[in-house]
Design a protein around this ligand. Sequence first.
Ligand code: SF4
Length: 407
Amino acid sequence: MRLNTPVVNIRGVKIGGNNPIAVQSMTNTDTADASATAKQCIELADAGSELVRITVNNEASIKAVPEIRKILDKKGYKNLPLIGDFHFNGHKLFKNFPDCAKFLDKYRINPGNIGFGKEHDKNFKKIINTAIKNKKPVRIGINWGSIDKNLLAELMKKNFGKKKPKSDREVIIDTMIESALNSAKFAEKLGLPQNFIILSIKISVVQDMIEAYEKLVKRMTKDNHFYALHIGLTEAGSGMQGIISSSAALAILLQKGIGDTIRISLTPEPGQSRTREVEACKTILQSLGSRYFRPKITSCPGCGRTDSDFFQKLTKEIKGHINKNLKIWEKKYPRISEMKIAVMGCAVNGPGESRHADIAISLPGKSEQKVAPVFIKGKFKKNLKGKNIPQDFIKIIENFIEEKYGI
Ligand code: SF4
């Protein structure tokens, strides 16, 4: 069951409560280059990112924000929330460019890098007051790479005096939780409503990240005072490692009802599209049955029973066909993303798997008769054979879509 967190409204995108878990991502362009940044925001939004974050690290970047918003609005992305990511100097940028702050829909701040002691409190107040004045939500994002050093020293000292001291790792996690909750309470005291606050505790080690969020939820439950949660593994890495580590961490938390919005922080390979992180988020949510974004294709891994790579090619062809048509299909057939297709390499699991799919094909394995039975809703429909199996199967899929999902 989902944790009952307050609902935060970010330019119409609702995060928290029972709202769908939102997908978000972050650009890697120079924000000062408004047209390149807006272009990437659009790419990310087109891929399915429901919120896009941009770094706001200097005067040139905050000055570019109104122009980025203008381009997005002009290109038909009026509803896309634009989030500003601030570190070290957010208070100064807000003070010097108060009008630009209005063009952002949420501010992300890290309490660990806006000064220490009284300086921290002063800077924090400035940022929160800007958020209150502009009616903008704030994500208080704790990252273990920039933890509040004073608080850590204080908790380490306390721990040292205990009969059974905790490990350094546990104290670091405790510090992050304290930092998040203290900052959230401080923001509320300053007048920022509870439903304008999102918390995150980012760690790059899967087990530590899971433990940190679980402990945070335990504390919020004990206090009976909740905040919407942004979850993600920070600096997850690139390629398969990044995707799998993030999936492992996110799946465990999401399964426990923890998390209102997710981001997968993937390092793109040189030249690779930034949209991969959005695809990864959507795939995780769909795998968990939490949200549906595209028809699901189940395919067997193949083994010694498959006598060629035909079934791999067929799977690829179907995927390609879906990718090519999905945007049009989504408009024409609103429930298309619920569809399940199965492509199986032989008769061992083909007919059985077909019972769990809307439409399935079981290709002939080695020494099987050279026919490919097609099943619709588990019932045998017809045998396909010959060179045209891919085209014939795609035709059957298209007819099925029209019959089942056509309005
Ligand atoms: S369905 Fe057949 S080909 Fe595919 S993995 Fe199972 S036994 Fe092998």
